[in-house]
Write a protein of this length. Structure first.
Length: 389
């Protein structure tokens, strides 16, 4: 077990706690945001035939050329074009056998049944197989599918693809003080994690299969974790991870004979986060990520432990941090990493205001965190950047 784990070590452990889920087939028009489970190979070459890159005239030999026909997309010219002949051709249409080039429409001069103009051999013809050949690997397993990639897979002949099943997440919000509607009063606080965590989870590639608010008593937490571990691929809790009299997550893990993997992380904010492994209904252990109750701290915990665990369930490789320029001097407590919310502007990190661990205002205006692992990072020097999902 890692206790008071260095931030980088905790993040690495989160990627090791889970193994890739099984794959399923999904149609190409439902692939956006999914993760490929296998390498994808082209089933046809692209273009499948020599095609015209422009509207114009397919010409053979030297001009001027005699007009002998018209070629539309999807309707190939069945004859061989002879020297001195031309056919009108549309963009994407099959270039007739015997054609040497395509003369663009705007560059052509037409007469009585003839066309003339200057064109070089091979101009505006897209040769068959220029983009890919049959059997080429067009996307690797573990790739996140974008709309463009979905379209490319369809273009190479695929009707569906094998993708990793979306992880099912059980989200348990702990706290008697939480109010889910209206304006808070009389010591209650409005729950801000219930509305936002499903979005972060979805952006990471998983989905919330169950969500519940749990009272701060040991029996309720124990029952909730036991039920969640039976039906989810990942359990995420908020609150209850410190050492107060109403913090029961660690006790519930022990009662369920779970194994703590990370117990607190040397990071600010987010120090009391934890990660554990619970026994599910099958042979696969169910990872649990315990997030602190303070909203800002919870999102630091999500980026540190939950997002890498979801990556592991989806078979993604760990994402290396990039370095950016610090726009101002940044500080971290001695012996701790500090994650500072902010934004990149022209490759320079800019700090967001209102960055306290219980505050959401600054986080709501941020796209990621500067990861400060030294006591002081002067302005103008490099700092690691962790983007939010």
């Amino acid at each position: 077990m890692l206790r008071e784990a260095p931030w980088a070590s905790a993040r690495a452990a989160a990627h090791l706690i889970a193994s890739r889920l099984e794959a399923e087939q999904a149609p190409v028009d439902e692939l956006d945001g999914r993760v490929l489970g296998v390498d994808m190979h082209a089933l046809c070459q692209l273009p499948s035939f020599d095609s015209s890159a422009m509207d114009g005239w397919a010409v053979s030999g030297e001009g001027p050329w005699r007009i002998v026909g018209d070629v539309a997309a999807g309707h190939p010219w069945e004859q061989v074009l002879q020297p001195g002949e031309t056919v009108r051709i549309a963009t994407g249409a099959v270039v007739p056998a015997g054609a040497d080039a395509v003369l663009r429409w705007e560059d052509a001069t037409t007469g009585e049944g003839t066309v003339s103009g200057d064109v070089r051999v091979g101009a505006d013809i897209r040769p068959a197989g220029e983009e890919c050949r049959v059997g080429d690997v067009v996307a690797r397993a573990g790739t996140d599918v974008t709309p463009a990639l979905a379209g490319f897979l369809a273009a190479t002949g695929h009707d569906s693809a094998e993708v990793i099943r979306r992880p099912r997440v059980a989200l348990l919000l702990l706290g008697d003080e939480l109010l889910t509607q209206g304006v808070p009063e009389r010591g209650r606080v409005r729950d801000s994690l219930g509305p936002q965590l499903p979005g972060w989870i979805a952006r990471s590639g998983a989905h919330v299969a169950a969500q519940a608010q749990i009272d701060d008593d040991a029996d309720s937490v124990h029952r909730a974790l036991r039920e969640a571990s039976r039906n989810a691929d990942l359990v995420i809790t908020t609150g209850g991870t410190a050492d107060g009299p109403r913090d029961h997550v660690r006790g519930a893990i022990e009662a369920l004979q779970g194994q703590l993997v990370v117990d607190r992380v040397s990071v600010r904010p987010g120090h009391p986060m934890l990660m554990a492994s619970l026994q599910g209904t099958g042979s696969r252990p169910v990872p649990l990520v315990g997030l602190p109750g303070n909203p800002h701290s919870a999102i630091v915990g999500f980026a540190t432990l939950a997002a890498p665990a979801i990556d592991a369930l989806l078979g993604r490789s760990p994402s290396p941090l990039i370095t950016v320029e610090a726009g101002e001097e940044l500080h971290a407590p001695v012996g701790h990493t500090r994650l500072i919310a902010g934004n990149l502007r022209d490759g320079v990190f800019r700090l967001s205001p209102y960055g306290g661990s219980a505050m959401l205002r600054g986080l709501a205006q941020s796209t990621g965190f500067a990861v400060v692992s030294e006591r002081s990072v002067p302005a103008g020097t490099d700092v690691a950047w962790l983007p939010l999902p």
